[in-house]
Design a protein around this ligand. Sequence first.
Ligand SMILES: Nc1ncnc2c1ncn2[C@@H]1O[C@H](COP(=O)(O)OP(=O)(O)OP(=O)(O)O)[C@@H](O)[C@H]1O
Ligand SMILES: [Mg+2]
Length: 402
Amino acid sequence: MSSQALEPVRPLHAVSPPAPVMVSASQQMADILALVERVAARDTKVLVTGESGVGKDLVAREIHMRSARATRPFIAVNCAGLTETLLESELFGHVKGSFTGAYRDKPGKLQLAHRGTLFLDEVGEMSLRMQALLLRFLENGEVQSVGADHVQTKVDVRVIAATNRVLADMVTNGQFREDLLYRLRVIHIHVPPLRERREDIRPLVKFLVSKSGREGEFSEAALKMLERYRWPGNVRELQNVVEQSLWMSNGSRVEVAHLPPAVQAAGDALVPMRERRRQVSDELYTALVSGGYSFWEHIHPLFLARDITRYDMRCLVRKGLSTTRGNYRSLLRLFGIATQDYKRFLNFLAAHDCTVDFREFRQGSPPPLRSPRLLPPLGEHTAGSADGGERKATEHGAARAV
Ligand SMILES: Nc1ncnc2c1ncn2[C@@H]1O[C@H](COP(=O)(O)OP(=O)(O)OP(=O)(O)O)[C@@H](O)[C@H]1O
Ligand SMILES: [Mg+2]
């Protein structure tokens, strides 16, 4: 197949997405948009991560639309929705007769995305064999269709991948290839959950109301309640709630009573956000230092299940460091972590962007100790006793601050 044959047969407007509208009022989203602008200028591979519904697709489209490839196809492939065989054929195409039902040659999405962008959604769901095939493509750009006995063509495709999984953990568990992770994550864009950027809620509501084509506005009390809710389904859930509430209010102003019961219930129970966050890290800390809890057994699973956020985790680490006067190694005893797990602990913090700079805790007098019983002897607190590890932790943090 010549490179000529790779030109998409459909007219370009049929594959290019309409310009996405990305509402952003928070500093986090402003930072992301600035990064999007920068990466759009090059063909660098980008990995977009974040919980379901935060806007990863939107970020990928935004990169494409701002890039020199904007008039070329943006092709999305959902790696989760297909069996391994179908995904291989979807990506690389197949030749006639390669399997039952393959009545004619069919180009894959990689060929269709030639000179454009391929968006690999839910890339964490790929089998190890597919990961190997993808890696080979990323290394040489060559495409060999299913059933073909030789490489048929080379394509020029920019790859953007997305996942709501923590790929670093999957690498540790042997479920994701480390070399592929490095290939895909040249630039990493993490889209934070909506509950960590509540400033976006009001403008999003306004945008979603206008997008719905319905008349309507939200009362101040209703907006405040939306700002207090936890949004496990993020912007997608907000979209549904706005639609549902507009329907319930039937053209009149949306009041608290028109909001779905789950949102109202959260509003009743919640204390102000800052206070809630403080309470969460306080509770975790107390459970660790005096409640018999241990970091890997109790806190880590809460984090993986997303019952606690990165913000909570950072607050917990800060609390610990303020007790140990910035000594990371002393956190081990405080948090019930075995000495040999020191590196694992630092790697975990770095991988999840939870590393806290220890230096600010080295100055001034230490705060009163909450649980002296569980603290290491004072002799271990001398500044510099664990500097090697701590310097490494800070470096990890800086390196991940892309
Ligand atoms: N900042 C935003 N401004 C406007 N709309 C947004 C924004 N973020 C998300 N949305 C909308 O919310 C919905 C969910 O976003 P998107 O599909 O990009 O999420 P996702 O992170 O890819 O989710 P999943 O992991 O489930 O695939 C989409 O309809 C999208 O247009
Ligand atoms: Mg998506």
